[in-house]
Design a protein around this ligand. Structure first.
Ligand SMILES: Nc1ncnc2c1ncn2[C@@H]1O[C@H](COP(=O)(O)OP(=O)(O)O)[C@@H](O)[C@H]1O
Ligand SMILES: [Mg+2]
Length: 308
């Protein structure tokens, strides 16, 4: 639904985006992650038709982002910029209504849409608030509400949780979950990885304008984890289990984590993990729990950026 082909826009060396191939299938949530200055906003602006690439192509569905398609693209996408101006003297209602009018939604229909988008963003109670009186978290919700006013299928949200406190971040996550349930395709950016990663189906990590990795959260954490860590709980003698583990090929380190728990660092392949379990059991160890430690996405991110 959202796609780029060798998308390039260079401002200076390592500043901009370079040969970016991004792909967001319909109905999926894509987390576009990278540190400040990585090129997220540049990519997003090109996707929304606000910035012209040097080369490469960008698509929203079957429509290429080209000047002649931009009016139609604007109808299809909802774009929430990282920093957006608000008309301070307006009320929440007037603010959203203003955008509704800009999208040429008839006045009667607008009223109904405003109610719907406020409900979706759990902001109904704010309808008569002045824009100036909103906290950062409230402002972000109203920003999202106005982004939804024309009921776009594709949402492009630049740092939607930027600067939000933990509670507001959780609320933003819940709103995104509701949008997922409506079948929206969502690209959201963040410079803090775990922030919204739990709602994302796919993660793309960008650094210095290049997409380093792209894939499902699970695949990425697996591929990029340097060593496999296995958590094991035994119901038999723990020292015996430890001794057996230490003699297994590719087992690098075994730590006693708790009275029944072991943590084992393994440098073999994922296929070979199975043989560790087998060997333990064949040697009479009673295994209650045996599972790979899922790498923290943040660790993965640090590893990828360090390597590059
Ligand atoms: N209009 C511009 N002119 C010059 N450099 C720019 C311009 N816009 C962005 N950049 C540079 O391009 C890089 C990527 O910026 P940006 O896409 O905003 O990153 P991000 O959103 O990931 O923080 C940064 O180094 C930024 O300074
Ligand atoms: Mg940015």
């Amino acid at each position: 639904m959202i796609r780029t082909e060798n998308l390039t826009k260079g401002f200076a060396k390592e500043r901009g985006v370079f040969a970016l191939n991004l792909e967001v299938p319909a109905g999926k949530i894509y987390g576009f992650v990278g540190p400040n200055g990585a090129g997220k906003t540049t990519t997003i602006k090109i996707l929304c038709g606000l910035l012209k690439p040097d080369s490469g192509r960008a698509f929203i569905g079957d429509l290429e982002v080209l000047p002649r398609n931009i009016p139609e693209i604007k109808r299809r996408i909802g774009y929430m910029p990282d920093i957006f101006g608000v008309y301070e003297q307006m009320s929440v209602w007037e603010y959203i209504d203003f955008y509704g009018a800009a999208y040429k939604i008839p006045a009667k229909k607008r009223r109904q849409r405003i109610e719907e988008v406020l409900k979706l963003t759990e902001s109904t109670h704010m309808i008569d608030y002045q824009m100036t009186s909103l906290s950062r978290g409230m402002r972000q919700r109203i920003g999202l509400a106005k982004t939804l006013i024309h009921d776009p299928d594709v949402l492009i949200l630049d740092e939607p949780a930027g600067g939000l406190d933990p509670t507001a971040r959780i609320e933003m996550r819940q709103t995104i979950e509701r949008l997922r349930a409506l079948g929206k395709t969502i690209l959201l950016s963040s410079h803090i990885l775990p922030e919204l990663s739990s709602v994302c189906d796919i993660i793309g990590i960008i650094y210095k304008g290049k997409l380093l990795v792209q894939g499902t959260v699970k695949d990425i954490t697996r591929d990029l984890q340097e060593k496999i860590v296995i958590n094991i709980t035994v119901d038999s003698d723990i020292t015996q289990a430890k001794d057996i583990l230490e003699r297994i090929e590719h087992v690098e380190d075994v730590k006693v984590a708790d009275i029944n728990d072991l943590q084992c660092t393994f440098s073999g392949t994922r296929e070979q993990v199975k043989s560790v379990l087998k060997l333990l059991m064949n040697n009479g160890v009673i295994v209650r729990w045996f599972a790979e430690n899922e790498a923290d996405l943040e660790d993965v991110f640090m590893n990828v950026t360090k390597k590059n």
